[in-house]
Design a protein around this ligand. Structure first.
Ligand SMILES: *Cc1c(COP(=O)(O)O)cnc(C)c1O
Length: 853
């Protein structure tokens, strides 16, 4: 068990160490070796001593260290002279050691070793004083430093590796120790000359790993201040998930590319000796932590994403011949000469670009200048800095490319300098300008989950999110259908069948009605045009937004009392006669291009219209639902705004509102604030604008770990812009938000089939009833309503009866092992874009529909 500096600097933490070690010994019948670091800050202080200029007096620094340890003895209620007298004297003696004058390397090693010798001695004495029978041993009697042939004298003394092949002699010696609980030091080892050697960076983790390997330990536990390794740095990505199980290679890759929890050096010794590792949290010892071992079932997919800053790119253009032999040898020789190790490489016939990672190199201006000068003899050099390296880590990266399309899209908006894919198929790295990387991690992390590249549903690998660990799981609404299960089972005659809960529609409508900043609310009926839903929402004060003549006919037929003033018509590339019909009905017509005015001046002359704009960017849960930006067919480009306004004037067309709807399922509550501000900023130049319509697109939480949309933050953003532009009325037109949760799709299981290790639960409808999973890789919760409480589950693919490979409603969903033909399967959150997009493909009947209150 290894404990770091913060864990050994506080009394209550030592109580935890004693308790945990005793527990392990008792429960597992094992001997426990505790490896400790120095008290926090002490190693830095010792390093400052070794680095002080020769001749500079060290007395004050030594005195401060003595004082620090005496004070901690007092906190532990130990007598400093009895416990540490000899050690403190030895520390003090180093300041008057004749070697101190020259700061020679063996002396430096002695100085650096004092921190761990002191902390381990203190800890053993304290634990004994609390009644836990701890022994103490000197790590130098166990770990032998070995120096690598071309290592510098500095490295041979202060950055050594240790022999770590399992050693029967040491194992016997360990078993013969009188105490079954022992504390020893991290960071230090025996030099071949009998003196002290230092392990250097990551020293204590590495010491623990060496001990684990030598002694063939049952396990090496690294105790830290965080719950383990995460799928991203929780400081940047609060939704990052705890990684509960990794294999050595993945853990190595994650540690190397950014996670600071475990030093990458420490993994190889345990891997080679096949000793499992665990990363655990001293403050929260009951969390599962991260286990690293060889038996971890291989789960392909991205496990983590990291960002490294301060990356320097060196681009080298050959000035010699095409495919000049030896060009690479030439340039790499110069990196070696300047003591630089290269991280990533990209190459073409005439150019090689490499990256330098500052954590692996001393990349100073001087070093770079020397390197550039050196390289200039062999090629044209360009240095690009500062860059950031964003790395995706996980098994089978090359077979995941198809799931990374949204991630590529996220990078598409930035300038990517270099893409590198590691030859071990464990990582894919993008190098971009550091400034462009800000804010990217949460976005890319979310895209990885959404696109299925990060398989967070694999409970054997992905634990709780950081947010959940830090703040507790946010209380989610229990879905309405849990309480109405019996009613639903009774209604499940004749499936596929959609059932809509009108009370839920009303509740969502009221969430939005309570917001004062909004003057007009419309429901985008294309999400779900069921008559009972339309009537419910009209009763709740919503107008209706239609996108076709068919929708217009439908709403006036189903809600005959509806005033045309409460209806919007927002078509896309509709034929001329639909506009004429809409004007004839007296509904509000939105147009979104100049050409309509040019070709059909008579349709629009003297009319009042709303103008739909494309603000140049689209958002949303999938590329196919982004309705802004160059790739989208919707909206007038801002470049033609003036042209439109001028033409409208000549036709006496009055523009009474500006509108933008840029996508669907947009997670960022600040998106609408931005749209509102942009539209309001343009409105005055038109002169006749009364209303700003900021569209729909509000998301719902489809996946188990998504949080409910932050309506309070959304509203606060709107209030702010409303206050700045009180002269305009504000309109919204959500679809999904109002109706997605109200609807479930009920199916019956038809066949349960195993094939090549995959269990498939077949249902009596699939993509024909609900196209969203096939079309957008959308996630819908899937539950066996017949066996709702059955906790004995296994992962199944849920498929439909359509002759298409894409006819999959959900991948790897936990469903009861007992699921059989005839069970009722419920697909959740299917009220929006469910029935509305259903088809008779394969000549299967359309689903039935039903409502409940
Ligand atoms: C589809 C649509 C909406 C509703 O989108 P949701 O994401 O369902 O809220 C709003 N406005 C227009 C113009 C639309 O086409």
């Amino acid at each position: 068990m290894k404990f770091g500096g913060t864990s050994v600097s506080r009394r209550h933490r030592w109580d935890t160490i004693g308790r945990l070690a005793a527990e392990r010994a008792r429960e597992e019948g094992v001997r426990v070796l505790v490896v400790v670091s120095a008290l926090s800050g002490v190693t830095n202080e010792l390093q400052a001593i070794t680095a002080a200029a020769p001749g500079e007096s060290l007395d004050a620094r030594f005195d401060a260290l003595v004082e620090r340890h005496r004070a901690f003895c007092a906190e532990l209620e130990l007598d400093a002279d009895t416990v540490l007298g000899a050690r403190l004297a030895a520390l003090r003696a180093l300041s008057t050691d004749p070697r101190a004058n020259t700061r020679d390397l063996p002396w430096q090693a002695e100085v650096l070793a004092q921190g761990e010798l002191l902390s381990s001695t203190l800890g053993a004495a304290y634990l004994q004083s609390t009644g836990v029978p701890f022994g103490w041993c000197d790590a130098r009697e166990w770990l032998d430093g070995v120096s690598l042939p071309n290592a510098s004298p500095w490295a041979q003394r202060l950055s050594v590796n240790c022999r770590c092949a399992p050693d029967a002699g040491l194992q016997a010696r360990f078993a013969a120790q009188p105490a079954s609980l022992l504390v020893t030091q991290g960071f230090i080892a025996r030099h071949a000359d009998g003196g002290t050697a230092i392990l250097g960076r990551g020293g204590s983790d590495t010491s623990a790993a060496y001990f684990g390997a030598l002694l063939n330990a049952k396990r090496v536990e690294i105790w830290t201040d965080v719950p383990g390794m995460f799928s991203a740095n929780p400081r940047d990505v609060p939704d990052a998930r705890l990684l509960t199980r990794l294999d050595y290679a993945e853990a190595q890759e994650i540690a190397t590319t950014g996670a600071k929890v475990l030093h990458p050096r420490s993994i190889a010794p345990c891997r080679d000796a096949n000793v499992p590792m665990a990363i655990l949290d001293t403050e929260r010892p009951d969390l599962p932590g991260t286990r690293i071992d060889a038996s971890a079932a291989t789960v392909p997919g991205v496990k983590a994403i990291s960002r490294r800053n301060g990356i320097v790119l060196v681009s080298m253009e050959s000035i010699g011949m095409w495919q000049q032999v030896g060009f690479l040898a030439d340039v790499f020789e110069r990196f070696k000469r300047n003591g630089l190790s290269v991280d990533l490489i990209g190459s073409s016939e005439t150019n090689v670009t490499v990256s330098l990672d500052p954590s692996e190199n001393l990349v100073t201006t001087n070093v770079l200048e020397a390197l550039s000068a050196d390289l200039a003899e062999a090629c044209r050099v360009k240095v690009i800095a500062p860059c950031a390296a964003i790395t995706l880590v996980g098994r089978g990266m090359r077979s995941l490319l198809h799931k990374l399309s949204d991630v590529w899209a996220a990078f598409g908006q930035e300038r990517v300098h270099l893409i590198s894919q590691s030859s071990n198929d464990l990582n894919l790295t993008f190098v971009i300008d550091e400034a462009d990387a800000d804010g990217m991690l949460p976005q890319v992390h979310a895209e990885l989950i959404r696109g299925g590249a990060m398989p967070v549903q694999e409970a054997s690998v992905f634990g709780p999110s950081w947010r959940e660990i830090a703040h507790g799981k946010p209380a989610k609404r229990t879905p309405w259908w849990v309480d109405k299960r019996d009613t639903l089972l009774a209604k499940a005659q004749g499936t596929p069948r959609y059932i809509y809960d009108l009370a839920t529609v009303r509740a969502r409508a009221r969430d939005l009605s309570g917001i004062d900043a909004i003057d007009r609310r419309y429901y985008a009926i294309k999400a779900n045009a069921h008559p009972a839903i339309l009537r419910t929402l009209v009763e709740e004060g919503f107008g209706l937004e239609c996108v076709s003549q068919g929708e217009l006919d439908h709403v006036f037929k189903q809600v005959p009392s509806l005033s045309p003033e409460r209806v919007l018509f927002t078509p896309s590339f509709a034929p001329r006669h639909e506009y004429e019909a809409a004007f004839a009905r007296g509904v509000t017509v939105t147009i979104d291009n100049v050409e309509a005015l040019q070709r059909w001046p008579d349709v629009f002359r003297n009319r009042t219209v709303w103008l739909r704009l494309d603000l140049g960017h689209g958002e949303g849960h999938h590329a196919k639902v982004k309705t802004g930006g160059v790739a989208a067919k919707f909206g007038l480009s801002l470049q033609r705004f003036d042209e439109f306004v001028a033409l409208a004037r000549t036709l006496d067309v009055r523009i009474s509102a500006l509108h933008a709807h840029l996508g669907s399922g947009i997670d960022d509550p600040q998106h609408w604030r931005g749209v509102y501000a942009e539209l309001a900023g343009l409105a005055d130049s038109v002169g006749t604008v009364e209303t700003i319509d900021i569209g729909g697109g509000l998301p719902i939480a489809y996946t188990p770990d998504a949080e409910d949309f932050d309506l309070a933050a959304w509203r606060a953003g709107l209030d702010e812009i409303r206050a700045a532009y009180p002269r305009f009325a504000l309109a919204i037109e959500p679809g999904r938000f109002l109706v997605a949760e109200c609807g479930v799709l009920l199916l019956h299981a038809t066949q349960v089939v195993e094939k090549d290790g995959v269990r498939r639960v077949g249902c009596d409808a699939g993509m024909n009833a609900l196209a969203r999973p096939a079309m957008y890789e959308a996630y819908h919760g899937i539950h066996n309503l017949t066996r709702l409480a059955d906790a004995d589950t296994m992962n199944c693919d849920v498929v439909g009866p359509i002759c298409e490979s894409g006819d999959v409603l959900g991948h790897a969903r936990p469903l009861p092992r007992a699921t059989v033909e005839g069970d009722v399967i419920l697909v959740a959150d299917a009220g929006a874009y469910g029935m509305a997009m259903a088809s008779t493909y394969n000549l299967r009947a359309l689903p039935a529909e039903d409502t409940i209150e």
